[in-house]
Design a protein around this ligand. Sequence first.
Ligand SMILES: Nc1ncnc2c1ncn2[C@@H]1O[C@H](COP(=O)(O)OP(=O)(O)OP(=O)(O)O)[C@@H](O)[C@H]1O
Length: 782
Amino acid sequence: MSNSSDTADIVEEQGHLTTLYTHLDALREEASGQLQKALLQTGGTPADRSHRDSATALYSDRIAQYGAVENGLCFGRLDFTDGERRYVGRIGIFDEENDYEPLLIDWRAPASRPFYLATAAAPDGVRRRRHIRTEGRAVTGLDDEVLDLTEAHGTGRGAHDGVTGEAALLSALNATRTGRMKDIVETIQAEQDHVIRADLGGVLVVQGGPGTGKTAVALHRAAYLLYTHRQMLSSRVVLIVGPNTTFLKYISQVLPSLAETGVLLGTMGDLFPGVVAHREEPAEIAALKGRADMVDVLAAAVRDRQRVPDEPLTLHLDMLDGAAVLLEPAVIEDAQERARRSGKLHNLARPTFDTEIIHALSLVVADTIGIDPYADDPLGGDDAPGDPQLLDEADLAEIRRELRGEAEVLGALDWLWPILTPQQLVAGLFASDQRLAAAGASPLLKRSAKETKDGWTPADVPLLDEAAELLGEDETVREILAERRRKQQIAYAEGALEIAFGSRSIDVEDEDDPELLSVTDLLEADRLAERHDEEEKLTPAERAAADRKWAFGHVIVDEAQELSAMAWRLLMRRCPSRSMTVVGDVAQTGDLGGAAAWDDALKPYVGDRWRLRELTVNYRTPTEIMAVAAGVLAGIDPALEPPRSVRQSGIDPWVRGVPPARLAEALAEAVEVEAEAAGDGRLGVILPTGLFSELAPAVLKAAPDAAVGDEPELSSRVVVLTVKQAKGLEFDGVIVVDPQRLVDESPRGANDLYVALTRATQRLGILHPGTLPDSLYAVVGI
Ligand SMILES: Nc1ncnc2c1ncn2[C@@H]1O[C@H](COP(=O)(O)OP(=O)(O)OP(=O)(O)O)[C@@H](O)[C@H]1O
């Protein structure tokens, strides 16, 4: 490796870079011109409008893309032994005036691959790899690796220890953190490249210890797949699932800067359209909800809502002037049986149930009104012997029609076989001890009225999705529910207008006053127009987010070890093609319902047809910190190998014990020192949940601008978090407080401690009130 500050080389590269930016500016101008043209056009046929909309989307996307690649447009150059030269960058740029000669090759294109893979041992025709360092539009330095050892005279100035572009890599790794993840396109390593460019089909599991770049690789894989399979994936959308919203914020900037759209980012809590599920709940309850046997519980809960009363139901019918008829339990049971046997899902079987009940009731009514009083009396007024029923089939049909309009009949049907939304089923189940017992669920799932009011939790989402599958929702059901909502809205609006206009009557059909819009018009005109507009303008990712049945083109799951069995079911439903990238580390599993082994999680869906790729090098945590974490990992499972750190920091972690009464004070002191040491970077303070409210004020005392809360702002200088919140994140310096308590707080506490200890890129401090877990005593040597 040589660090070339040779002026002639820099001048040469500057010349090429300036040419590239001239092209970029021209492309941007061209796209802006086209966008303006599209925006200025009005009217036309629906086809014209749709054409215009797609042009607007296309050029807006392009402009965003050009903006995103402004920094670091070109970062590499390959010189081949045959004299060919290739420049590698964030997008492809071609010379239109010179037979579309490539001036810059997109990092995702096959032609860029040697930039990431070529080594001195396998140079693949590459003589020299050059990393070009830039600031804005200026070249500031060059790092050259000569891969052709004959030229390097065997000095070994090639790739070091399997690392490509060492200088550029180390400079990226040592840079202070900003609270937002950055792309790694300039320094992707060979083992990461193999994952990023793996085939689209099937389930790919990427297992790797902390800091091995799993998240970075997952995001770059999304960008690569969208580039390579654009047509299919941009319309079917790539779903990326992360553990929490703080994490999503952390990674959100990476994709736009990779110039990608057509991606939907979400947590499990976001995957049931119409429901926001971010309420916290105890880990044990979430674990119960995540168990596979909840499938049977929900199926039983649905059956439990199909009722058969012990006593006959008495129905007063208008058609009989309020006289009562009886609906016998045996009749209901029979109808229920037939509806169940129809093989349809609950909501979809309701018409069958209705038909059966209405038929049975029509016979009861016919018996009441249609009996020939003289049928058994040949000497009576009526001389027609035989059939006592005076009503024919047409009369019976009329009775059935009337029965369908009877309020008490409709009420009874709704009670006996209610049309249910998933939310009604699940909330109804959790609200009642009896229903929980009838469904065979744990009584611990009982939810108080307050909790229900506070909303859904992420663990509820797979249950709602399962419920939707069991209840069935087709157009009819959706229409019924929409109609119900519409009626409620109209009733509400009518009420509101009554209040507004006093006793003045508002006739929705009022023809005398054409100026007066009807209530229906008021409600519907705007809404319909709005909906129409919205649907036309929605991007595929927005449409996917709103559609529970969307089949994603590819699904990427980060921190996948945390997913419960129920969560896996939901994700597999969203991805019928089973084209997935599953990224995680089973040694970091914190959730009680999470996976201890990939096979357990995946077997039910793909058997053993999944591929495993391992990442083995830790780019985040220096050797000194990893030595401490490795002791904890050995305590979890001696068979687990810690990833190998790619660098040393020269800074040993510190461990400080203080009397419990001094913990807050000592923390405040440590925060002051470590925040100072982090310089422009970020400090993370990881607290046990049980000490959070007690110790967070101590951090705020030392750093009043520290971020604390459900979704702390990660760009703050100091951030206070629980382990759960810290998952997937990183900071320049980290203070871990009371590791023994972290371990004691959960059955997966040792995994949590391992996560906490591996968040730092430079400095780690451990503060404890007198006791440390055994696994730490051994390594810190106290
Ligand atoms: N090839 C690379 N070049 C530069 N930086 C890299 C590279 N690979 C990983 N990194 C950096 O290393 C850090 C860790 O990466 P990342 O967060 O993706 O790891 P992870 O495996 O998801 O970790 P964890 O499991 O602990 O959450 C990030 O700052 C990332 O940018």
